[in-house]
Every structure is written in structure tokens, then in C-alpha cells.
Design a protein around this ligand. Structure first.
Ligand SMILES: [Zn+2]
Length: 65
């Protein structure tokens, strides 16, 4: 678990976690320059943001489940 800036949530740093298998599959299709392991997900309820661990502006939103 790491704390990062989340552009969706704003405010203080948010908790991010590693992606699960389904999330990695999504990111693998969306982001080709880096492996999905390079990305983490915001854990705040309702937020669907993922972003690269060391580049908060390289990310996106998971589609609604
Ligand atoms: Zn967030």
C-alpha cells in the first residue's frame, strides 16, 4: 500500500494498491509502454483511478463494473 496524489480525488494523498488480475488485463490493453505491474489503483470508495506508480499523470479510469 502506498500513498499517492490522485487527480480524481484531489485533496490529501490517497491510498493506492497493486492491481488484481482483471485490472492488469485492462491496463495491458490500455498502456503498452509499461507493464501492468508498473501501475497501482486508488482505493478510495467510488474512485476508479489507476496510474503509474512513479508518474501520477500516466493513468486512466477503470470502466464501471
Ligand atoms: Zn482516487
Amino acid at each position: 500500500m502506498v500513498f499517492k496524489r490522485c487527480p480524481n480525488c484531489g485533496g490529501p494523498l490517497q491510498r493506492f494498491r497493486a492491481l488484481d488480475a482483471g485490472e492488469k488485463a485492462h491496463v495491458r490493453k490500455e498502456k503498452r509502454a509499461f507493464p501492468p505491474e508498473a501501475y497501482i489503483r486508488c482505493t478510495r470508495p467510488g474512485c476508479r483511478r489507476y496510474q503509474r506508480r512513479f508518474a501520477w499523470d500516466d493513468g486512466g479510469d477503470f470502466p464501471d463494473e
